[in-house]
Design a protein around this ligand. Structure first.
Ligand code: OOB
Length: 549
C-alpha cells in the first residue's frame, strides 16, 4: 500500500521463522476463537445488559461484513470508527476487518477538526458513528466532512434514524444477509498489509496515523494475552474507549477473546461505576489508567462494594507511581500489572513473577523475545551506561517502521536501522526492566490521553487576540498532568479561558479533552540562551504557582 513502510524482508523472514508472524488475517484469528469458545459469553454491555456469546457475536460480524461488501466497501478501504463504548463499536470494527477494510481508530470525543483530518489524510471511504454523542450531532459532522472529502461516501449510523443516503447499522445487523450470500465473496487482505490505523499520541502539529498490519497486530494481542495469563474464567471490566490500542489489543478485547474470556463493556469512567460493575459482574480483571485507580483508591464509599472477585488491575498509559502501586494490594485486595506501551507498537510489561520491588517501581520489560531496545544519549545517539537516563528506541515484530504517508516525520522518528525513537526518557533497572523518567516529546499526558502541545498551539494562534502561545503540562494529583496555555496577547486585547475555549470548540472544532484547563497571560515569553521559547521555565513557573496556591 502506498504510504506504508513495511519491515525489511530479512526482519519479516525472521519474525515468521521465530513464529511471531502467523500469516493469518486478524479476522481469521478471531473466527477461530469465535468457533473454539462458541458457547462462552464474550461480551456484556454494562449500560443495557445486552449479552453476546462468541457464536452470536461471530455471526453478527459476518452479517455486517457482508452488508458492508454489498454497500461497496472494497479491499483496503479506510473506515473511520467513532462509535463510543457499546457493542456496535466492536461489531463494526470486526466487520470492517472481515470485509477487507481498514478501521481508523478515532476517539468518540473527536470533532470535525480531527475527524476531517483523518478522512482527508487517509482518503477514507466510510465513517461509522453514533447518531448523537454528548449532545453533538454526529450525522451533521459527517455531512460537513463529506462536503470536503470526495472519497467519503459511506456513513453508518447507530442509535437514531439515519439521514438520507446514510445507513442504519442497527438495521443492517438485524437483516440476515448471510442466509443468501456466501462469505466466499469477501476479499482476503494480505497479512503483511495494514489492518488497522491507530492514532499517534500526538507530538506534532498534525496527528499521525499508525499502520498496524495483520501479522504485527495479531501477534501484539496474542502475546499480551499470554503475558497477562488471561483464560476462560477471566471477566474483564473495560471502560476505556475501545479504539485505544490498550483497550483493543494490549491485551484488550482481542487478547481476551483469543483466550475465551468475557468483557464487561462500559462507557463510564467514574470510580463509582467501576465499583458497581466489578461487584455486580464479579469481574476478575479491570483495565484502567492510573488516574482512575487513584480516583478509586480515594473514593470515600469504596468499602460499600464487594470487589472480592477482582484479581488483577491491568494499567498503563501513564506512569503508575510506586506510592499508588503499593496501596493496591492492602486496600483493594488485588494485584496490578503495568504496561508501558505506545500505539506505535512497543509494549513493556511488569511480569506476574517479578518481585514486588520490581513490580512497583519499574515500568516493565519488552513483551516479546523478538523485541530489541536501546537507551541512547540524546545528543550523541550512543548507548548510555547501564542505569543512566536516555531516550528509549525500539524495534521488533510489533513495532512499526513508519507512520502512514509521513516521510518527513519518519526521517526524524526512526533511526536509519529502523528503531522507533519513542521520545520517552528511561533508565535501566538492574532487573532488566526500565523506569520511565520523563520525556522529550512535546505532549501533555492527561490521565493517559495524549495531547500534542503544537497541535493546540496552532489552533490557539488562530485566535485574533493572540500574539504568542505555548502549551505545557501542569502537575495534577489525579490525572497526572493537565494542560496550561501561556499566551502573550496582541496590544490592547483581552482574553479569558472561557472565551478561548469557546473559540477552540466552536471555531476550531477540536475535541473537548484537548482544551487548556488554565490560561496564563504573560507580557513576554521566557527564552533560552539561544533565543528559543523556554518551555522548561514555563513548566516550573506553573508548577510553583500551583504549589503556592
Ligand atoms: C498508550 O499509548 P499512547 O500511544 O497513547 O501513548 C504512548 C505514551 C508513551 O510513549 C509514554 O509517554 C506514555 O504514553 N506511557 C507511559 C506508560 N504507558 C504509556 N508512561 C509511563 N508509564 C507507563 N506505564 O498510552 C498505551 C499503549 C498500549 C498500552 C497501554 C498504553
Amino acid at each position: 500500500m502506498e504510504g506504508f513502510v513495511p519491515w525489511p524482508s530479512e526482519f519479516a523472514q525472521r519474525y515468521r521463522k521465530e513464529g511471531y508472524w502467523l500469516d493469518k488475517t486478524i479476522s481469521e484469528v478471531m473466527d477461530e476463537c469465535f468457533e473454539r469458545f462458541a458457547s462462552n459469553t464474550l461480551l456484556i454491555s454494562a449500560k443495557d445488559g445486552r449479552t453476546y456469546s462468541y457464536r452470536e457475536f461471530g455471526k453478527l460480524v459476518t452479517r455486517l461484513a457482508l452488508h458492508l461488501n454489498a454497500l461497496g466497501l472494497k479491499l483496503y478501504d479506510r473506515v473511520i470508527l467513532q462509535i463510543p463504548n457499546q457493542p456496535e463499536v466492536l461489531l463494526a470494527y470486526f466487520a470492517i476487518l472481515k470485509a477487507g477494510g481498514i478501521p481508523i481508530m478515532a476517539l468518540p470525543p473527536h470533532q470535525e477538526a480531527e475527524i476531517g483530518f483523518f478522512a482527508k489524510h487517509a482518503e477514507a471511504k466510510g465513517i461509522a458513528i453514533s447518531s448523537v454523542y454528548h449532545k453533538t450531532d454526529k450525522q451533521q459532522m459527517a455531512e460537513n466532512i463529506m462536503r470536503e472529502t470526495p472519497s467519503l461516501d459511506l456513513v453508518l449510523v447507530t442509535g437514531g434514524e439515519p439521514r438520507p443516503g446514510f445507513h442504519s447499522l442497527d438495521k443492517l445487523l438485524a437483516d440476515p444477509i448471510e442466509e443468501h450470500i456466501d462469505t466466499g465473496i469477501l476479499p482476503r487482505p494480505d497479512p503483511d498489509q495494514p489492518a488497522v490505523f491507530q492514532l499517534s499520541g500526538g507530538t506534532t502539529g498534525i496527528p499521525k496515523l499508525i499502520p498496524r498490519t495483520h501479522n504485527d497486530y495479531a501477534y501484539n494481542f496474542l502475546c499480551s494475552a499470554e503475558i497477562c495469563d488471561l483464560n476462560e474464567s477471566t471477566i474483564m471490566l473495560l471502560a476505556i474507549p475501545q479504539q485505544h490500542n490498550f483497550a483493543i489489543a494490549c491485551p484488550g478485547f482481542m487478547g481476551l477473546a483469543s483466550r475465551g474470556g468475557c468483557e464487561i463493556l462500559s462507557d463510564s469512567l467514574t470510580p463509582q461505576s467501576a465499583l458497581e460493575l466489578i461487584a455486580s459482574y464479579r469481574a476478575t480483571h479491570w483495565t484502567a489508567v492510573p488516574a482512575l485507580i487513584i480516583a478509586l483508591l480515594n473514593y470515600p464509599d469504596r468499602n460499600g462494594y464487594d470487589i472480592g472477585s477482582l484479581d488483577m488491575i491491568l494499567t498503563g498509559g501513564q506512569k503508575l507511581n510506586p506510592e499508588v502501586a503499593m496501596r493496591i494490594r492492602p486496600e483493594l485486595g488485588c494485584d496490578v500489572q503495568e504496561v508501558f506501551g505506545m500505539a506505535e507498537g512497543p509494549l513493556f510489561w511488569t511480569r506476574l513473577d517479578d518481585p514486588d520491588e520490581v513490580r512497583f517501581t519499574t515500568q516493565g520489560r519488552p513483551q516479546s523475545p523478538g523485541d530489541e531496545f536501546r537507551i541512547v544519549d540524546t545528543v550523541s545517539e550512543e548507548d548510555v551506561k547501564p542505569g543512566e537516563i536516555g531516550e528509549l528506541w525500539c524495534r521488533g515484530p510489533h513495532t512499526i517502521r513508519g507512520y502512514y504517508r509521513s516521510p518527513e516525520h519518519n526521517a526524524k522518528s526512526f533511526s536509519v536501522d529502523g528503531f522507533y525513537k519513542s521520545g520517552d526518557l528511561v533508565r535501566l533497572h538492574p532487573s532488566g526492566n526500565v523506569i520511565v523518567e520523563g520525556r522529550l516529546k512535546d505532549c501533555i499526558n492527561r490521565g493517559g490521553e495524549k495531547i500534542s502541545a503544537e497541535e493546540i498551539e496552532n489552533h490557539i494562534l488562530a485566535a485574533p487576540q493572540i500574539d504568542i502561545c505555548a502549551c505545557v503540562a501542569m502537575p495534577d494529583p489525579v490525572l497526572g498532568e493537565r494542560m496550561c496555555a501561556f499566551v502573550v496577547l496582541k496590544p490592547g486585547k483581552e482574553l479569558t479561558l472561557a472565551e478561548l475555549n469557546r473559540f477552540l470548540l466552536e471555531e476550531r472544532r477540536i475535541a473537548k479533552f484537548k482544551l487548556p484547563e488554565r490560561l496564563e497571560l504573560l507580557e513576554s515569553m521566557p527564552l533560552t540562551n539561544v533565543g528559543k521559547l523556554n518551555k522548561v521555565s514555563l513548566r516550573t513557573m506553573i508548577a510553583e504557582k500551583l504549589q503556592a496556591q
